[in-house]
Write a new protein. Sequence first.
Length: 352
Amino acid sequence: PHRTELYEDPPSGCWPIVYSPDYNITFMGLEKLHPFDAGKWGKVINFLKEEKLIADDLIVQAREATDEDLLVVHTRRYLNKLKWSFVVATITEIPPVAFLPNFVVQRKVLKPLRTQTGGTIMAGKLAVDRGWAINVGGGFHHCCSDKGGGFCAYADITLAIKFLFERVPGVSKATIIDLDAHQGNGHERDFMDDPRVYIMDAYNRYIYPGDGFAKRAIKRRVELEWGTEDTEYLQKVHTHVEGALNEFKPDILVYNAGTDILDGDPLGGLAISPQGIVKRDELVFRAARRRRIPVLMVTSGGYQKRTARIIADSILNLHGLGLLGGSPAPGAAQPSLEHVLRDCAKDLGGLS
């Protein structure tokens, strides 16, 4: 395989939390024309620093994926299309981008997305080495090898898995658990007929992308109704995550942890509370860590100002519960779902 800097080992003292200030998209206020908080990734890191969980020199600095890296999955034809500003405007859903010279689009829009993509690829190897890794960005699950859309210009989930299959001995099976509010049609198209990849996807059945062809790749499909709330959601996630991991034992679990399931999200249409999101992430990490399956988490969609705080709270919760560390003891106590839901109800009572 080609040489890549993305697989060089970071300093051993680093936490497997991957980030770069280059993730954030900022230019002339244009990013405000999209419902996306294009600086959310930096805000997550700032909250974690305030809570003294991390410091700059303790996190892994993401590097930008090169063309050669991207070609592991993408077609040259697709990458060439991104040299047209109007194509990028369509993919990112920021119409004025169409009128910017492409060198500006490359530097201000695509470079942040390529750096987040590099971060996901790096986090894949870190997860296998350390048992877990979190890319504070990434999760571009609407992009496949030859087509982008829905703010996703590069197929970082597909790339991370293909890199592991090609370069890391002993990694030959992967599970994707996609809990963003939208169907993850990008990785589904990429792995359509690949028996090495098991996909579970829980999403609002009525919203974008409604990709019927891609749905054929989903092994566990959890189609949610408008306005689904915590109790029903957490029960479904728990049942299907456990079922998925019992049915297929992967060497890596890629967890797409979109926060656009949050109540009030203009695009997600679900009604999950902040505490429900924290509990959801906990359920996934417990299931993976108990089975000693390395887990790579990416943050994906989430279009409200308060999502950065929720992502940070979730990481703090995972740390507080000892789910971020070396391998957890195999006999570590696993609270029952009733216990988790009761906790959640209690926490909900405490939240205004």
